[in-house]
Design a protein. Structure first.
Length: 327
């Protein structure tokens, strides 16, 4: 009889107890002979250079390219996931690149990207790989960005954050029921993780995908805006993103433009200074304005920047410092 026992993962709130030769809920951390092993280490399944605005990050080196890498697996199972083919797959089910940390650095430098984003799926399930890449990038003078659903335990997150420069974190809804039904998770750990990121002084932007009938009520939108303002600060950027039908939610229509405009008005009324509307072509909905005097500082259309008036991180009209990293 084998003496190898279950191994418990302590990275995310699931605290998976993993049987020998099986994986945890994320599909990428396996019990290999009594030790937990990450199957995605050095093996991203998606690699490309994106505009930084695509993450979306509007207050982090605007207009710059960013090397974006993603691995198989995720610890959420959202019905609205656009990347479900890779997020809900094990590493063995997908082709992958051979890209250890030193190659990540070389690739970013070759493409003139000042930063690397860990994105597309949940990067934190590939914790060791992200950590080692981030350390190597920092050593080479590159910055690091997480695009995360933030369903992660505070202790390992705190250990990683000294190597991270910017984060876009999802708050899918200010509703525990939404997280339980749509994501097979719960809300409180997400909010704790996001507060941890904020408290560490890492640049933070929030994204909310607005899904018709599920999280688009005035009450939920207002609750989200209030939480951001009270816990992260009024200058924290909040991106409301338009939903489009995906296989897991093909029964729902795209988010109406009026809903996004209503979300913008609600968040602005709660005092948020940088509210953006994404995945939709609405005039001036992606411009960055001075929190002091309201001057348009960055004029955007989708991923293109038509104008950037920021000087040394400040408004040229009133000298107000803008939240973000601009050089």
């Amino acid at each position: 009889m084998s003496t190898v026992k279950k191994q418990q993962c302590v990275l995310c709130p699931r605290h998976c107890k993993i049987l020998p030769d099986t994986s945890g809920d994320c599909l990428v951390r396996v019990n290999d002979g009594g030790k937990l092993r990450l199957t995605t280490y050095g093996r991203p399944c998606s690699v490309q250079v994106d505009p930084i605005e695509k993450k979306p990050l509007f207050h982090f080196l605007p207009g710059s390219p960013i090397l974006s890498i993603g691995t198989a697996g995720c610890n959420l199972h959202c019905g609205n996931c656009q990347n479900w083919k890779i997020s809900q797959a094990a590493a063995s089910e997908l082709p992958a690149y051979d890209l250890p940390p030193e190659k990540v650095v070389a690739l970013a430098l070759r493409h003139g990207a000042p930063a690397v984003a860990y994105t597309y799926t949940e990067p934190l399930v590939s914790y060791e790989y992200v950590r080692d890449c981030a350390k190597a990038c920092r050593k080479a003078g590159l910055r690091n960005v997480l695009v995360t659903a933030a369903y992660f335990n505070v202790a390992p997150l705190k250990a990683l954050l000294p190597h991270i420069d910017g984060v876009n974190a999802d708050i899918k809804a200010m509703s525990d029921n939404f997280y339980r039904v749509v994501c097979d998770a719960w809300l409180v750990p997400v909010l704790k993780a996001i507060e941890t990121i904020h408290d560490a002084g890492v640049l933070l932007e929030i994204t909310n995908l607005v899904i018709p009938t599920l999280n688009d009520s005035d009450e939920k939108l207002q609750k989200l805006a209030q939480w951001v303002a009270q816990n992260l600060g009024a200058e924290t950027p909040l991106h409301f993103s338009r939903f489009f039908p995906v296989p897991g939610m093909s029964y729902l229509p795209p988010t109406p433009p009026e809903t996004l405009l209503r979300a913008y008005e609600i968040a602005s009324a709660e005092g948020l200074k940088h509210v953006y509307l994404g995945n939709i072509d609405l005039k001036d909905s992606e411009n960055t304005m001075c929190a002091g005097c309201g001057t348009v500082l960055i004029k955007r259309h989708r991923y293109d920047i038509a104008q950037n008036r920021i000087v040394n991180g400040k408004c040229p009209e009133c000298d107000t410092k803008l939240y973000g990293i601009f050089s």
